[in-house]
Design a protein around this ligand. Structure first.
Ligand code: MGD
Ligand code: MGD
Ligand code: SF4
Ligand code: MO
Length: 724
């Protein structure tokens, strides 16, 4: 009989961290079950986490480093050793640095993962300010940044006290499935079962919307108007929390004035939501305590993103729900993230960051995690202006699918001198690289993480349980490359970095004074109590320039932006571009996550793909009838930027004037094609990386665009059947 072990770890296959018990027999992982003792997920995991074994041993996983031997994108690869792969990378970094300066090397990752801070640390250590990820202007970071300038921190919903949230305002989010921190889906569902009232603002009737006390079916991209309209009701009907507003908010009178521009009748016209529903939602939220806001990335995909997110952020403040049990609270920041070595980046280099001049809340000094502006970097890659960017190191980024305007992205990447890609699988994007490096999946690496939602009150140890073939964790790769370049990454091993994070826990919490990495792994989880009303303690106030919640933002004013939120019509819409709308009469929306996929991932995994074999476009039956489309037909969706095909799902849960495409689609089973069918159904062929960009954060437009639809007579299920 061989050896059997059960290891307690944290699944980190998404942004979350559900507790998992992993059985290993003779060095092979044979079982994954949810851990009932996990303080965060309490015995629940989602289908993606439970499919961990299939991911770990998937035959298509990248097994060895490989170098390109044909033309860029031709799909001809040759196995090399890690040493050879590192030599190629180091040589290219040096060439770019010597020829143009290190800022001409860009470093990109995908959505936030275990390696987020390590990637940024790598860029700062090298001295390039041009790192980016699709999320810094398009996902989550606008919420973080808004939270910071308004409250001094990112507020989150408190599912963790003995007081259940009385009302949850779910806005541009689908917390049953997705969100900034997907393990909180279980806590959200628990709260609803325990009786939280639900207001859901969503153009689609999702499962969450079906459970709602009130569903506001909004026209995509008009959330800023709705937030201002709800505040108009709350303020004019005197439903706001007078004590909290007087004592702890700055700029209430100015906000009162501003919301007068948004009477409910006007807001109803803009948003397509009936007046009485807007009033009812405002009253329900304001008169239920504690209440909280569960906000998602859907509101961060339009060029008025920052002001939209700000407008929403003010509602829990004026209703007095800040930092109370069951309300909208400050996290404990139990475990600091790994240091990003920002001090390695000289002032001169920081000023070279693409977008620094225009997007101060993305790329400038007003962001504590500054990132480059993607459209500006891409422009520099294509034109050499304001200076050339010639190399790109990709780390967990399938940019042909994640970035807007995939054709433009493709042209941009094809023109570069050097691309490397750290990946789990060969993807349409890594096919464009010069070198690909196989990385460790969640069961193959050590990490420490604090959740829920960034630095909260629980910290988790994720453990390296096995390793397949020659994979390495991303952070190990950065350390190796820095050593070869003679750069000081500030640590020789990943453990050293973990230990420096734990030092902060040791210093702050006496009960964990002896916490080292071994002890932490033994414990698997640590938890500290949440402290409420932290702003009242020791006259601390809020960490904003006025010490109060800034309804009127002094930071935005200082940067020359409007200090109060306002509505702006999406730049491509039936109202802003009526001529274009004659040819493209429907509003095109994208997104809405699947429980079986993580963005562009998992389509090669049989146990997940079988639940959702084809990409679906949601169409109202009336609209379908008008265009002669039946349920299950393949249809073309065309925007001014391109055309894709998805399968029609007819539903009365969407407005007849709008359609919604699934994102993330490629066909990994199409192995005979180097592009893996990425030009067939990928929603970002339709979206735009053209200006206008959000004036504060540089956000481009991933939703609320225009399109037309028509039947695809050429293709059928057979063409897109994964064959398993
Ligand atoms: N299972 C799973 N989990 C995930 C992901 C995944 O792909 N799969 N992706 C992860 C990532 S990176 C992120 S950012 C989060 C995203 O998760 P969420 O923040 O929840 O974002 P989405 O699911 O795209 O959209 C949420 C809802 O917003 C609605 N919506 C679309 N447009 C608008 C609009 O204009 N206004 C309003 N009010 N609502 C709108 C959509 O119909 C959808 O139901 O989830 C993460 N978690
Ligand atoms: N139209 C439209 N576009 C969108 C969105 C939308 O709603 N609509 N959502 C946007 C959002 S919110 C986001 S966050 C972006 C996401 O964009 P990306 O984060 O780029 O998402 P993916 O396309 O899934 O690419 C991630 C890649 O990382 C690989 N990977 C997974 N784990 C690891 C790891 O540990 N290490 C490494 N090196 N690789 C790993 C996966 O195999 C996958 O190929 O997309 C954005 N694009
Ligand atoms: S929600 Fe995220 S962390 Fe939890 S099981 Fe699913 S993939 Fe893993
Ligand atoms: Mo995201």
């Amino acid at each position: 009989m061989g050896e059997t072990k059960v290891i307690k770890t944290a699944c980190r296959n998404c942004h979350g961290g559900c507790g998992a018990l992993v059985t290993v027999e003779d060095g092979v992982v044979t079982k994954i079950v949810p851990d009932k003792e996990s303080p965060i997920s309490k015995g629940r995991m989602c289908p993606k986490g439970l499919a961990g074994i299939e991911l770990l041993y998937h035959p298509d996983r990248l097994k060895y480093p490989m170098k390109r031997v044909g033309k860029r994108g031709e799909g001809k690869w040759e196995r090399v050793t890690w040493d050879e792969a590192y030599d190629i990378i180091v040589e290219n970094i040096k060439n770019i640095e010597n020829k143009y300066g290190i800022e001409s090397l860009a470093i990109a990752q995908g959505t936030g993962r275990h390696h987020l801070n390590y990637v940024v640390r790598f860029a700062n250590t090298l001295g390039t300010p041009n790192w980016f990820e699709p999320g810094t202007a398009q996902c989550f970071f606008p919420r973080v940044s808004t939270g910071e300038i308004t409250y001094g921190y990112l507020p989150v919903v408190d599912y963790y006290s003995e007081v259940n949230p009385g009302c949850i305002l779910v806005w541009g989010a689908n917390p049953e499935v997705s969100g900034a921190d997907c393990e909180s889906q279980f806590r959200f569902k628990d709260a609803v079962i325990k009786g939280s009232k639900l207001i859901v603002v969503d153009p689609r009737r999702t499962k969450t919307a079906e459970k709602a006390d009130l569903w506001l079916q909004i026209r995509p991209g008009t959330d800023d108007a709705l937030a201002l309209g709800m505040m108009n009701v709350i303020i004019n009907e005197e439903l706001y929390d007078k004590e909290f507003v007087t004592k702890w908010c700055y700029g209430f009178e100015e906000l009162r004035q501003r919301v007068q521009d948004y009477p409910v009748s006007k807001v109803s016209e803009i948003t397509w939501i009936p007046e009485e529903k807007i009033i009812e939602a405002a009253r329900l939220f304001a008169t239920t305590k504690p209440s909280a806001l569960e906000w998602g990335c859907a509101v961060e995909h339009t060029p008025n993103c920052f002001q939209t997110v700000r407008a929403m952020a003010l509602i829990p403040a004026i209703t007095g729900n800040i930092d109370i049990k069951g309300g909208f609270i400050e996290g404990m920041h139990l475990l600091p993230p790994p240091d990003v070595n920002l001090s390695h980046l000289s002032q001169e280099q920081r000023l070279k960051r693409m977008g620094e001049k225009h997007y101060k809340l993305l790329a400038g000094a007003h962001r504590d995690f500054p990132a480059a502006h993607i459209p500006t970097v891409f422009e520099a890659m294509r034109t050499g202006k304001p200076y050339p960017v010639r190399g790109l190191m990709l780390c967990g980024n399938n940019g042909l699918i994640g970035f807007a305007d995939s054709r433009r992205t493709y042209e941009t990447l094809m023109g570069l001198d050097f691309i490397s890609s750290q990946e789990l699988f060969m993807t349409p994007t890594s096919q464009l690289a010069d070198v690909v490096l196989p990385v460790a999946s969640w069961l193959e690496l050590d990490a420490i993480y604090s959740g829920p939602t960034m630095g909260d009150h629980i910290a988790l140890a994720q453990k390296k349980i096995v390793r397949t073939y020659e994979c390495k964790a991303d952070e190990e790769i950065f350390i190796d490359i820095c050593k070869r370049l003679g750069r000081d990454y500030g640590a020789n091993t990943v453990e050293e970095i973990h230990d420096s994070q734990l030092a902060a826990v040791r210093a702050r919490y006496p009960e964990y004074a002896d916490l080292d990495i071994n002890k932490f792994k033994e414990l698997s989880y640590i938890e500290v109590p949440i402290e409420y009303k932290q702003y009242e303690k020791n006259n601390r106030g809020f960490n904003t320039p006025t010490g109060k919640v800034e309804l009127f933002s002094t930071i935005l004013k200082g940067l020359g932006h409007d200090p109060l939120p306002y509505y702006e019509e999406p730049p491509e819409s039936p109202y802003s571009t009526p001529e274009l709308a004659k040819e493209y009469p429907l509003i095109l929306n994208t997104g809405g996550r699947s429980p079986f996929y993580f963005l562009s991932e998992n389509r090669q995994m049989k146990s997940l793909r079988k639940h959702s074999p084809f990409p679906l476009v949601e169409i109202h039956p009336e609209t379908a009838l008008r265009y002669g489309i039946n349920d299950g037909d393949w249809v073309y969706i065309e925007s001014p930027r391109g055309r894709i095909t998805q399968k029609a799902k007819l539903t009365a849960g969407i407005d007849p004037r709008s359609v919604n495409c699934e994102i993330g689609w490629w066909y990994p089973e199409k192995k005979d094609r180097t592009d893996f069918g990425v030009w067939e159904s990928n929603a970002n062929i339709l979206t735009s990386m053209e200006p206008p960009f959000d004036p504060q954060a540089g956000t481009y437009q991933l939703r609320a665009l225009l399109c037309k639809i028509y039947k695809n007579h050429q293709q059928t299920d057979v063409d897109f059947n994964p064959g398993f």
